[in-house]
Design a protein around this ligand. Structure first.
Ligand code: HEC
Length: 159
């Protein structure tokens, strides 16, 4: 990484109080910016998708307002191109990303696209307001997470 960018990132992290927090070690490591970048993105994806699953399971009251917010945010997050987070050179480090990602990149990218499309459909279902359709769309989205994790995400850190 060019020095000026590295310095800017460090200053930003300092300004945000990140260096003093435990998050700094888990989600923003200066030596592993790409790994941190993708992991932070997955954390945001999970924070918007997870509660919808909790509602579906009845662990949380069904709330269309909150569903609307989370499904919109999920749709916006997944519209973002996260492929840069899987750039060459980021294969190792503090990561659960399996090496197979870089061997089957087209398949991995297709699975990312499946998540993107499922998120668009989920947001549309929530906007439609029909509970059965929303439930089905949450399940369909969850299947896209699982399909990728089964092949490309390890349960534990790999290195
Ligand atoms: C195209 C593949 C793919 C899809 C789709 C996908 N994931 Fe992941 N996920 C990964 C990989 C690979 C990692 C490991 C990243 C790393 O450790 O560098 C990961 C990591 C995570 C993490 C851990 C982040 C951290 O803090 O390190 C969470 C949480 C997560 N995913 C949730 C989800 C949820 C929820 C969905 C669906 C809404 C989803 N993922 C869809 C591949 C995927």
């Amino acid at each position: 990484m060019p020095q000026p960018l590295r310095k800017t990132l460090a200053i930003t992290a300092l300004a945000a109080g990140l260096l003093a927090s435990p998050l700094a070690t888990s989600h923003f490591v200066e030596e592993e910016t790409l790994q941190s970048y993708r992991q932070s993105w997955f954390a945001m994806v999970a924070m918007n998708f997870g509660p919808m699953v909790s509602m579906l399971k009845g662990e949380m009251p069904w709330d269309e307002q909150r569903l609307a917010t989370w499904s919109e945010q999920l749709e916006q997050l997944t519209a973002m191109d996260i492929s840069r987070g899987f750039s060459p050179g980021s294969e190792q480090g503090t990561t659960r990303a399996k090496p197979e990602i870089w061997e089957n990149r087209a398949d991995f990218d297709a699975k990312l696209q499946d998540l993107r499309e499922a998120s668009v459909a989920l947001q549309a279902a929530v906007a439609g307001g029909e509970r059965k359709a929303i439930a089905a769309a949450i399940q369909d989205t969850g299947k896209t997470c699982k399909a990728c994790h089964d092949e490309y995400k390890s349960d534990n850190y790999l290195y």
